[in-house]
Design a protein around this ligand. Sequence first.
Ligand code: C2E
Ligand code: MG
Ligand code: MG
Length: 734
Amino acid sequence: MKTSVSWLGTRYGSQIDHSQGGAAETQEDSEAKVLVVDDEPRMRSSVADLLMAYGHECQLAANGEEALRVLGAGAVDLVLLDLNMPEMDGFQVMRDIQEKYQDTDVIVISGETTFESATEALRSGAQDFLRKPYSPDELIRVVDNLLRKRQLEKNLKEMNRCLEASENRYRFIVNNSPDIIYMLDNEGRFAFLNERAQSLLGYNTEFLLGMHYSQLVHKEDMEKARYVFDERRTGSRASQNIELRLLCRGSELPYRYFESKSITIELSAMGIYTPEQEEREREFVGTYGVARDISERKRAEEVIKFQLYHDLLTKLPNRELFRDRLNLAISQARRNKANLAVMFLDMDRFKVINDSLGHLAGDQLLQTVASRLHSCLRDGDTLARVGGDEFNLLVPGIEGRDAAAMVAKKIIDRLKEPVILDGYEVFVSFSIGIALFPEDGQTIDALIKNADMAMYHIKAHGKNGYEFFSDNMKATFQRQLSLENGIRKAIEKKQFELFFQPQFDIGSGRVCGMEALIRWNHPERGLLLPGQFIPLSEETGLIIEIGNWVLDRCCRELKHWRSAGYDDVTLAINISAAQLVQSEFERSFLDALDKHGIPGGQLEIEITENMLMQDMDQAVNKFQRLAASGVRVAVDDFGIGYSSLSYLHALPLNTLKIDRSFITGIQSPQDRNSIVTAVFAMARELGLEIVAEGVEKQAQLEYLRNLDGCRAQGFFLGHPLPASEAITLLRQNA
Ligand code: C2E
Ligand code: MG
Ligand code: MG
């Protein structure tokens, strides 16, 4: 430590050597910048020497003015001030210090010994008073005391500053928390809420303080809230992540305090207890916790949940939700010994509408129908969309059959009005199957399955109506199921066979063509006709595989005939609607012909008028491509379909096959059958050939012969024959 003495303006004291560790602290405690003010030079220097010996830094002033100058030049911790000085006395100096240098302390040193002068000095701002003469020990003690007091005050100030900063920091963190932070008193009233509460709930925090939590909780969640807040749990048993809805102040009604608009929060709550003491039990003082606004997440969850259990097009429940509700309704019905009805609704001909008007119109139709169906229902009923055009309806608490029939009738009635789609009036109808609990089934699956079965039954018997499930339907259904399995096996085991029915040219009496007709060599039931298995094959889609087999078999047979020299006999092949809509339909025909080296002209495809209703444009394209390769097209069962005749122009047709029903009516060659003659005239006009189907009598043949230029097919001329007999017939014919 270097020590120097200066006379006014010159430094007179110690400088800190920072290179020495720990020096700063000792300096802070005991060293001070002291100004000694006395008009007596001896007095000044003796005081200064003494103070410097104790490590203080001293400056000296001989009068009041000098003292003020030193004070003005820099920080002084302590002034040792003589009161009696000429010109400016100590009181004047103190006034200045009080005014300008509050950090500077004053110890008055005075020759005045009266009590009054001491109190006067203290009142004027002196911290202490030292009477002359004094011992050096006394001076050092007074100075040390004051410096210690200064240090304590400084420390306290610093502590307060730190506390304030820390408090501000915590307040900032708490108020800027994205979550509500709250504290309840031991009776459940808000004792603290951070600012987030205001922005989330819309209430002023001041307003909420002192309010009971129950005034803020959604009434449906009150039970949960009570559990969370009143159970007063601690530690690991404290409530965590409880979801509650809190009421908010609605922005559109600022003065109504409690609205049912609410946010969902996730809440944690911990009890606050007094510290554990030996004889006293811990006392509950309140609850604190955090509440997080999870409204957005809840809304998203609700959307997902809705999507999971609803059909998005019609907004109706889906199959899962229906099964769930049915499950509940069954248990309730069982408990209350009540009935319920399950209905299976299927729109008739939806596919035709969807295909012809497009999917957008189809969607619109489903929406309209769904809302109409919905308007027929009571509150507790559940209507679900379970498939493209399939709906399930649950009617709980129904009296019995009559009441169920009433509901079904109401639905059918309500759907009678046409729906306008794309400017078209579309008429829709439904087939409704009904199963009742408990008599028609006691489980979800049994009820739905039986209602479905009843629906199929009404579909098979004319559509547009309702039917109750009955036990014999089960038998029909089981027969169908076993037939379907049988067909699958038949495909696999190649149990099908083609028969060939000859077509004769009436003029020459020669066989000019054959029609391929499928048979099933059933291992138990013998030879089955197409009517016994084709409809189900069409319904199940198995017809595609069967049709491919028929095509291949036909081409092989034609190849066989051609190698035997019969290359002018056409072979007619029947197809189903399901085959025609296949995208590879025409390709499969052309490929098959190609594979077996058969000219297109030797194959004739038979279609029915009803097939064309589905998608005329597509059909025209496909047949044009086939016609380009010479493949012939015939209209089968002509005259009994529902179609308009416009397709006769649009399609590349070769042949009309007059339906058997028109031929059956002919009794004698002289009959006047106006329809048959009209068809002949029209065909001639359109350049089409004619085949008369179902010729069973000589008279019918004679009648047709008179009309000339026609082919005939029928039992009178020849039954369908196995392949070996068909080629024998061709041989004889030659
Ligand atoms: P279709 O194409 O109109 O065939 C003529 C049906 O009339 C045949 O019945 C034939 O045996 C029968 N028939 C022929 N002449 C007479 C007659 O003089 N009197 C009577 N009462 N019936 C006669 P089949 O073989 O039972 O075929 C029934 C229907 O099954 C066919 O009607 C055709 O639509 C369909 N079909 C036959 N084979 C196939 C096939 O391979 N594929 C597809 N998709 N359908 C086929
Ligand atoms: Mg046919
Ligand atoms: Mg026919």
